[in-house]
Design a protein around this ligand. Structure first.
Ligand code: WTA
Length: 646
């Protein structure tokens, strides 16, 4: 890894919000006196009832408790819309770019207000009340943002299920959250192909025990079934209600949304984010990390089904009165120049995407970038997985033309917002490093025994020492799981699950997960989830899933499968299992490689030794380590001999 410091491009530095001296001063204040610092920052929002208490947090196991601005009251949708109306009513809030390059739309803050109020009134008419859960299963269309903000307006808690998840995965989340209402569209559209969202909802609800109503947005006009008295057309209902809806006063610690995410064990957990601290943090990080200034056209290419879409397409930018671009399609449709054509078309100034997209577009060739006029761009961002220095340099030179700083932002669904990142006018960068902590964030590196590494240069697991306002508060319905997952292993710290190195300049380099979570194209996947999908198939007796290095996706999914007695491996069965996993979870969980394993390496107590499976999947046989504790060491030689290849 390279250690060279990249200076801040001087044109950028001249106009940036904050320089290095400013960063260092603010950072010191933020950790020396968090009460005062975050008390001031809380004022970036409009409060219906001002807070008097700023921070009340403890990471002490087992009495973990996190509260910010706990006696304040506010409404997130009022902060993202109403308070901008006087000054920005006619400014574009959302630019929508459809999957089809000829379809786009601009929505002003005034229009956003009306759409959100109407939908909020529809929710009320359908019986949704403060605290109720609403599931959104939406493509990337403006109605997805309206649906989120309308929940926030009436105090309902949204839980977005990524449109790429299967009906089965959707059913689990509808049941898990006991949602009253589902918001969806007839179909989604991605890369010219339609996605049967409403039909998936119908399949999902067939597996759900309680009654769930649906609001359906007409998007493609595709043929779908509507249930009498339970399914309602968005365009009909929104016309029947008033265009005004008073925002509900919410306590700062009332939940804003639940987002299911994968962990190292068991099924996905519902990460709960609350109202006040989350919005302060989303707004502040969006402003400082993206150097947000009036006139910016800001584009984050994530999907609202992931946390990046929540914090950096919708809540952060809209809280700041920004113009945010929502893109329905994929980077390679109709051609690999699509991202760059969209940048030119809408004069995008700030662009935020994932390394997997950068690598794929890099592979497609420079000519696709060179054909577009990218002179409007001034800042580039990366998120979701470590960015390899080659991709970083290509992004810098070919896309940014050497003129745009790159912010490599490290964070997680759990953290609500960015924790480690360059501040573009302040931080000299290094390709592949997320660099330094954001305000209020105190990273700590521990060895596996839990000893804090005090030297500047260190390597180990990454923990965070004290709370920040955007932090998740609990796992929905299972506070104990929250406490044990994040605070039990390393007492007194928030455990991130990531490995990390700190270099001589104090810069942080995220090295990837240290647990059984893998990161496929920037999507988080628990190996346990894929395993449980595989063993649910009648011909599978056992499965072990690990990640392996993949050129484009970052990590691919490698599955070792042991079949039931009497079942024979075949190409047909391999395909059947891939289809099966897609149905159980969704296409993002499709195994890339399946190896038939007559036996798995287990300890005498029956525990699968994943370390060995990981090494075989990585083609790294010299580092297998001690295999003498295995119940049957000979399985290893067999697995190596039959390693699956792409
Ligand atoms: C990984 C996405 C290296 C990391 C916002 C983390 C990264 C997980 C980076 C969270 C980055 C995210 N550099 N690794 N800049 N950003 N990660 O919850 O392993 O979908 O723990 O949140 O992605 O993924 P999640």
């Amino acid at each position: 890894m390279t250690n060279e410091l990249r200076p801040i491009p001087s044109d950028f530095a001249a106009k940036a919000l904050i320089d290095d001296a400013g960063y260092l001063k603010m950072y010191a204040q933020s950790v020396d006196n968090p009460e005062t610092f975050w008390g001031e920052q809380g004022k970036r929002l409009d409060w219906m009832k001002p807070y008097t208490r700023v921070k009340n947090t403890s990471f002490e196991y087992p009495d973990v408790s996190i509260k910010w601005y706990e006696d304040g009251e506010l409404n997130v949708s009022a902060n993202c819309i109403d308070r901008h109306l006087a000054t920005r009513g006619d400014q574009v809030a959302i630019i929508w770019e459809g999957d089809d390059p000829s379809s786009d739309k601009k929505i002003t803050y005034k229009e956003l207000h009306e759409h959100v109020c109407r939908l909020a009134n529809v929710y009320k008419e359908l019986g949704v009340e403060k605290g109720d859960r609403v599931i959104l299963y939406m493509p990337m269309i403006p109605e997805a943002a309206y649906a989120m903000l309308a929940c926030a307006r009436i105090g309902a808690v949204h839980s977005i299920v990524f449109g790429g998840f299967s009906a089965d995965a959707l059913a689990d989340r509808v049941t898990g959250s006991q949602a009253k209402l589902l918001v969806t569209t007839d179909e989604g559209l991605r890369g010219g192909r339609s996605v049967p969202l409403k039909a998936n909802c119908d399949k999902a609800l067939a597996k759900v025990a309680h009654d769930v109503k649906m609001v359906v947005v007409q998007h493609t006009g595709g043929d779908i079934a509507m249930r009498e008295g339970l399914d309602f057309w968005y365009h009909e209902q929104t016309q029947k209600v008033s265009a005004d809806c008073q925002p509900e006063a919410m306590n700062a610690e009332d939940p804003l949304f639940i987002l299911y995410t994968s962990g190292s064990t068991g099924m996905p957990k519902g990460v709960v984010h609350t109202t006040g601290g989350y919005l302060v943090y989303a707004s502040m990080t969006h402003e400082y990390v993206f150097d947000h200034q009036d006139g910016d056209i800001y584009w984050c290419t994530a999907d609202v089904g992931w946390v990046t879409g929540h914090s950096y397409i919708v809540y952060g930018p809209l809280a700041n009165g920004a113009t945010t671009l929502m893109f329905e399609g994929v980077p390679t449709y109709p051609s690999p120049s699509r991202f760059w054509d969209v940048c030119e078309k809408h004069k995008v100034t700030v662009f935020y995407t994932a390394p997997t997209a950068i690598r794929a577009l890099m592979g497609a060739g420079e000519e696709h970038v060179k054909g577009a006029d990218l002179s409007s761009l001034r800042l580039l961002g990366s998120v979701g997985e470590p960015i390899n220095p080659e991709a970083w340099k290509w992004y810098d030179e070919v896309v940014g033309e050497g003129r745009c700083p790159i912010v490599d932002t490290w964070w997680q669904t759990e953290t609500g917002g960015i924790l480690i990142t360059p501040i573009p006018g302040a931080t000299e960068t290094k390709p592949g490093s997320a660099t330094r902590p954001f305000f209020g964030v105190q990273p700590v590196i521990l060895d596996t025994e839990g000893v804090v590494q005090t030297s500047v240069e260190a390597e180990g697991v990454l923990c965070i020492k004290d709370s920040w306002p955007g932090q998740m508060r609990t796992v929905y319905g299972d506070h104990e799981r929250f406490v044990s997952t994040y605070f039990e292993t390393f007492k007194g710290y928030y455990f991130t699950g990531d490995g990390c190195r700190r270099d001589a300049d104090g810069y942080y380099w995220i090295t990837g997960r240290v647990d059984d979570v893998i990161n496929v194209s920037g999507h988080r996947m628990g190996t346990a989830e894929v395993e449980s999908a595989l063993v649910a198939h009648e011909k599978v007796s056992e499965a072990a899933v690990v990640g392996f290095p993949h050129d484009i996706k970052g990590q691919g999914i490698y599955a070792y499968v042991t079949l039931m007695e009497g079942e024979e491996p075949s190409e047909e069965l391999r395909k059947e299992l891939v289809t099966w996993v897609r149905k159980e979870i969704g296409p993002i969980a499709s195994p890339d490689l399946i190896q038939w394993a007559p036996g798995l390496p287990k300890t005498r107590s029956g525990k699968i030794m994943r370390r060995i499976l990981r090494k075989i999947a990585e083609n790294d046989y010299d580092a297998l380590g001690d295999t003498s504790t295995l119940a049957d060491p000979s399985v290893v030689a067999d697995l190596i001999e039959h390693r699956a290849n792409a």
